[in-house]
Design a protein around this ligand. Structure first.
Ligand code: TXA
Ligand code: MG
Length: 353
């Protein structure tokens, strides 16, 4: 399904953006093709947002549920006017504060975009990414680019080409390689209701960052709570299984006293001695876990290091020989909320405490 006959090609833009290849990317996008490109958060699978068939092909390539709308990526404010209306002062102030950047805002849609982009909702998610390659592609094509994260639905998002090449090869026309993405987890998604900024999906731009600029803001209840059958959600993405490795994973609850975490961890492993258990642990904890299988997810004091690595590490454990993996949790301050949101879901709400 959705397979192309030819292998996808890879353009290497790590050192610099190549003009002749940018020209080919434009031709592909303009003729309804799919291009995987880097942003500062994760890679996206991009298509011309105004081309209904191209947008349908994104859903096919990802195996994405039809009810889950796409984010539209823009490179300038002019593009906004073509498909949104009634932007409030608060919304404009948020865009000015956080664009270009890892920040998606849900605005009123004038319904001019193909129905699949918004999954039939009367709103549309928009983001101006902070990445030169992404911005040059959008600018060059002179059209908004609809792009979900580059991964097969349900899998962790791609943060480098090597991680996603196999699962998307033949399903897209071009991979643009910009190296490892910087932030490593997807943008913050917000919707403003009665002047209150509701965070639907946390990201690098945190609740604290938004409040620090004087906005009233809150986390949506489904950031950490599973959606019950039939319950209404603010964002369709909240309902779907996400970021999950194939192997069973457990999230170890964070405690300020780290020795408590290590105790809980060791007791669990001792009780389950029939299983081969691996641990995704902080750099600082490796020395206390020498007798176990560990993978370093970065420093407990450097959340950006953890966010930039986490999806690659989550992807790597499926290839390793363990029955179960425990992932060490961290505090929810700053980007910690976003990391814990992804890990909670990757572990299907299985918490070890
Ligand atoms: O960082 C990112 O945002 C990456 C890069 C490629 O830009 N993109 C990304 O897209 O993560 P995706 O499709 O994997 O996630 C988009 C999320 C979904 O949870 C979707 O439900 C939500 O945004 N969303 C999109 N449009 C929406 C709308 N109109 N109302 C509510 N939620 C919306
Ligand atoms: Mg995604």
């Amino acid at each position: 399904m959705g397979e192309k006959e030819d292998m996808s090609v890879i353009y290497d833009f790590k050192e610099n953006i190549k003009n002749d290849e940018l020209e080919i990317i434009k031709e592909k996008i303009k003729s309804g093709g799919l291009v995987v490109f880097p942003t500062e958060t994760v890679y996206g699978i991009g298509a011309d947002a105004t081309n209904g068939q191209a947008v349908k092909n994104i859903f096919k390539a990802k195996g994405r549920p039809q009810d889950n709308p796409l984010i539209v990526h823009i490179s300038n404010y002019e593009m906004l006017k073509e498909f949104t209306y009634d932007i409030t002062q608060t919304e404009k102030a948020l865009m000015d504060a956080f664009w270009p950047g890892p920040f998606t805002i849900i605005l009123k849609s004038n319904k001019k975009l193909p129905i699949d982009v918004t999954a039939g909702l009367d709103t549309v998610g928009i983001r101006m990414p902070d990445n030169d390659i992404a911005l040059s592609i959008i600018e060059k094509c002179n059209t908004p680019i609809a792009a979900p994260s580059a991964n097969v639905s349900g899998r962790p998002s791609g943060t480098n080409i090597a991680d996603i090449f196999q699962e998307l090869n033949n399903k897209v026309d071009i991979f643009v390689d910009g190296g490892n993405t910087n932030i490593g987890i997807e943008s913050t998604v917000v919707k403003v209701d009665n002047n209150v900024v509701n965070i639907l999906r946390p990201g690098r731009i945190s609740l604290e960052d938004i409040k620090a600029l004087g906005f009233e803001a809150k986390l949506d209840k489904h950031v950490f709570e599973d959606v019950k059958d039939g319950e209404k959600v603010e964002s369709p993405g909240m309902k779907h299984r996400h970021y999950a490795p194939a192997v069973k994973t457990l999230l170890l609850e964070y405690t300020e006293d780290e020795s408590i975490m290590l105790d809980v961890l060791k007791k669990y492993i001792a009780k389950n001695s029939d299983k081969k258990i691996g641990i995704l642990c902080f750099t600082e904890h490796k020395q206390f876990l020498k007798e176990y299988n560990t993978i370093d997810i970065g420093s407990i004091n450097n959340k950006l290091e953890v966010s930039s690595r986490i999806y690659t590490k989550l992807r790597s454990i499926d290839k390793l020989d363990c029955d179960e993996w425990i992932i060490e949790g961290l505090s929810r301050a700053g980007i910690g909320t976003a990391i814990m949101n992804r890990l909670t879901r990757a572990c299907s709400y299985n918490i070890l405490k």
